[in-house]
Design a protein around this ligand. Sequence first.
Ligand code: PEP
Length: 251
Amino acid sequence: MRTPVIAGNWKMNTTVGEAVALVRAMRAELDKVSNVEKVLCPPFVSLAPVGELIKGSSIKLGAQNLYFAEKGAYTGEVSALMLAGLCELVIIGHSERRQYFGETGEVVNKKVAAALGVGLKPILCIGEKLAENEAGKTEEVVSGQLKSSLAGIASLDGLIVAYEPVWAIGTGRAATGEQANETIAFIRRNISGLYDDKVAREIRILYGGSVTAANVAEFMPQPEIDGALVGGASLKAAEFLSIVTQTSAMG
Ligand code: PEP
């Protein structure tokens, strides 16, 4: 059995004060929910304060990015080793990073390797753009992204994949449960080809793209979907909590 994961990607939202208030508003209730791995991914500057607030709870902490170099003259960047002392997971290859910061498959691959190298669990994001979807290229795109992201990576060690169709992120236009399930099944078959059946059976693959409390029930009963990466709806305590509790109830 794969334990479902609900990860909140706060993106570039919340000051430190707002992040602390958001965690305070949901910490106690979130902590109580069992059978779901709950992950909060605040901005870098809030990792330490949020980490302090959730210490001793069942809530896990993730970062939203890292830089692959070990250390040195990379002004403004944050290394995997710096994060390893603060959090357990890290989002890598989010479509917004690919789109606005020019992250290529090669860069994503180096970041995945850097994370795994220090024991951080990557949440590796892949997904097709609207034009690619409409041209029937979804499978070609996600298999290409998977292959380039995982090139030379011998062991996945807790890595989570998030299938996030770009056209569904922040648009309010989620995929259907069936669409997401089908593509995630395809991703799992790809992982079996790149690694083996056991790795494919055990890896968690999430859906991401406009998941809310109102539509989460569409996704979680699907057999291939192991949780969700949630953007906008993770910034509202009651809504995120509802997504997590509904997921737990459907397990
Ligand atoms: C995301 O940021 O990964 C995401 C899925 O955003 P949203 O839920 O807002 O579509």
